[in-house]
Design a protein around this ligand. Structure first.
Ligand code: BTN
Length: 264
């Protein structure tokens, strides 16, 4: 079904929204707009992405008309080191938008997976935009120019290819009837409120909310693959930067900066 952009524009008034029938990735276009000075909250969406970007160099399957594929320009007065917490805030916002629109309660798997019944229904990305001139610029390092948030929600798919890295599901496959328009309005508002909270109050409330809303944050036995090495242990919360702590079976506590977390 054709995306009703006019209805979304009416409900998110004052916000710039660019919509594409097909694009390589909304991340590239949003970064370009951000470099040209686009306001915080600017949205780039697409019916279809031909080279959707996932985390860790993966691709994001972006079949036409079946998912919500959007990037949002964020202008936040945070230091670049807080990017991991931005990603957690985006996961919380996505979960809230799905719950508010469909009633589905999603789990969060550090750092960026939104799950229903252990299957991934949405994923988020946060990319810091560093203009080429930043090394010589007099703009203070602590004021990030912009962050591009990328959010993909599987909405209407009825099937996924075999052999995906993470088993996937869609809201429709979970029995939830949601429109992409309602999801986008709820998502834009939830991103505003979670990122606003981060900007005003710092990382703590986001870290607390993530720990409360994620069955993976502590007490969960997981395998994490980090640079080709598998770490197996039990999760023991997040550190102040939003990184996951895992207590390995030999008692060592490892901080996971990046990697794919799987329940075992
Ligand atoms: C992940 O879970 O690996 C992150 C997936 C993020 C996908 C979204 S879809 C909209 C935006 N454009 C992209 O190319 N990627 C993000």
């Amino acid at each position: 079904m054709t995306f009703d952009l006019d209805s979304v524009r009416g409900r998110l008034s004052g916000r710039s929204i660019e919509w594409h029938d097909a694009i390589d990735s909304t991340m590239h276009r949003a970064a370009e707009l951000a470099r040209q000075g686009a306001a915080g909250g600017t949205i780039v969406g697409a019916e279809q992405q031909t080279a959707g970007i996932g985390r860790l160099g993966r691709t994001w399957l972006s079949t036409a008309g079946e998912g919500l594929y959007v990037s949002i320009v964020l202008r936040l007065p945070i230091v670049p080191d807080q990017l991991p917490v931005v990603m957690l805030a985006l996961g919380l916002a996505t979960r809230e938008a799905i719950a508010g629109t469909t009633g589905l309660a999603c789990d969060l798997r550090w750092p960026n997976d939104v799950l229903v019944n252990e299957r991934k229904c949405a994923g988020v990305l946060a990319q810091l935009d560093e203009p080429a001139s930043s090394k010589t610029s007099a703009v203070p390092k602590q004021k990030a120019r912009s962050i591009v948030a990328g959010i993909g929600i599987n909405v209407l798919q009825s099937t996924f290819p075999a052999g995906l890295d993470t088993p996937a599901t869609s809201l429709a496959m979970e029995g939830a009837a949601a429109t992409r328009e309602d999801l986008l309005v709820a998502l834009a508002e939830a991103v505003d409120s979670h990122c606003g909270l981060l900007a005003e109050a710092g990382p703590e409330p986001i870290l607390r909310a993530f720990c409360a809303g994620s069955s993976y944050a502590s007490g969960r036995r997981v395998r994490v693959s980090v640079d080709g090495r598998d770490i197996v242990g039990v999760t023991s919360g997040l550190d102040a930067s939003g990184f996951l702590r895992v207590r390995e079976d030999n008692g060592a506590e490892t901080t996971i900066l990046s990697g794919g977390v799987r329940a075992v």
